[in-house]
Design a protein around this ligand. Structure first.
Ligand SMILES: C[S@@+](CC[C@H](N)C(=O)[O-])C[C@H]1O[C@@H](n2cnc3c(N)ncnc32)[C@H](O)[C@@H]1O
Length: 260
């Protein structure tokens, strides 16, 4: 499996993906309050990227640990934590072979990172490995892209832009429908960053990565088959006010799993 080359540029990732971070942290804290163990504060960020949730939650007083496959991302998290005088643990690690030590009140895997688990066996092994690290009553939150229309499965394009200081990052998320394997339920997608800085524009192509097409009912069945979690709820757009359903469809379905 190859990782997208855009993840070798955490300084641009941090700008391009900053948009909804505080609201996503609010959602996580609301889930801890509603479903989690009392006084939950030890949190594990799986696929932490440039650390947008990890660092924000550390500032809110949580005890944070993060792993990510990209050494550049982990270096960026460590440097930022040092500059901001935050004490966090961040290490290179693979969500397919979770090797973290310690016990956590909750874990989360945000921004579609869960779809790097390509097979049912990888998903089941991952769920069991996460559950092993959680206290009884601990939570696992994971979000992943859900197709908005059947006739567009694997052919969506999303784009947005964010500016910080003098740098603008345009993010393009592209799916390649011709790469779809209907048996394995995988397809290739790609991230491209267009960075405008000091009057210059550079394009960073992440290259194609193979990801899983995972559907809500199937995910629920896998969670149940794992034997280690129950589904406390599924939500769209980090909104706890109602369940994820056809009328509230968003491109990110967030599942809240609880270790019974
Ligand atoms: C879309 S980013 C999400 C980052 C962060 N969770 C966020 O919400 O901004 C996906 C991240 O997953 C990481 N990643 C990809 N494959 C991975 C794997 N097998 N194990 C751990 N991290 C992985 C990438 O390096 C990247 O930082």
């Amino acid at each position: 499996m190859r990782n997208s080359d855009v993840y070798r540029h955490p300084q641009y990732y941090a700008i391009g993906y900053r948009w909804n971070t505080e609201a996503e942290c609010d959602f996580l804290e609301a889930c801890l309050k509603r479903f989690g163990p009392p006084q939950a504060r030890r949190l594990l960020d799986i696929g932490c990227g440039a650390g947008r949730h990890l660092l924000a939650l550390a500032k809110r007083g949580h005890e944070m640990t993060g792993i990510d496959l990209s050494p550049e991302m982990i270096g960026f998290v460590q440097d930022t934590a040092r500059q901001e005088h935050l004490s966090v643990t961040a290490a290179v690690g693979d969500l397919r072979h979770l090797a973290v030590t310690g016990t956590f009140d909750a874990a989360y895997c945000f921004m579609d990172t869960f779809r790097f688990l390509l097979t049912n066996d990888e998903i089941l092994a991952h769920l069991r490995a996460v559950a092993e690290r959680l206290v009884l009553g601990g939570l696992y939150l994971a979000d992943f892209w859900v197709p908005s229309r059947w006739d567009q499965i694997g052919s969506e394009i999303h784009q947005w832009e964010q500016t910080e200081g003098g740098t603008t990052v345009r993010v393009f998320y592209l799916q390649h429908p011709e790469s779809a394997d209907p048996v394995a339920q995988t397809f290739e997608d790609e991230l491209v960053f267009e960075v405008v800085e000091d009057g210059q524009t550079q394009t960073i192509r992440g290259g194609r990565t193979r990801t899983r097409l995972l559907l809500p009912q199937e995910f629920r069945a896998l969670v149940s088959a794992s034997g280690v979690f129950e589904t406390a709820g599924t939500y769209g757009d980090f909104d706890l006010s109602g369940p994820f359903e056809r009328d509230t469809l968003s491109w990110r379905m967030i599942s809240v799993l609880k270790k019974p």
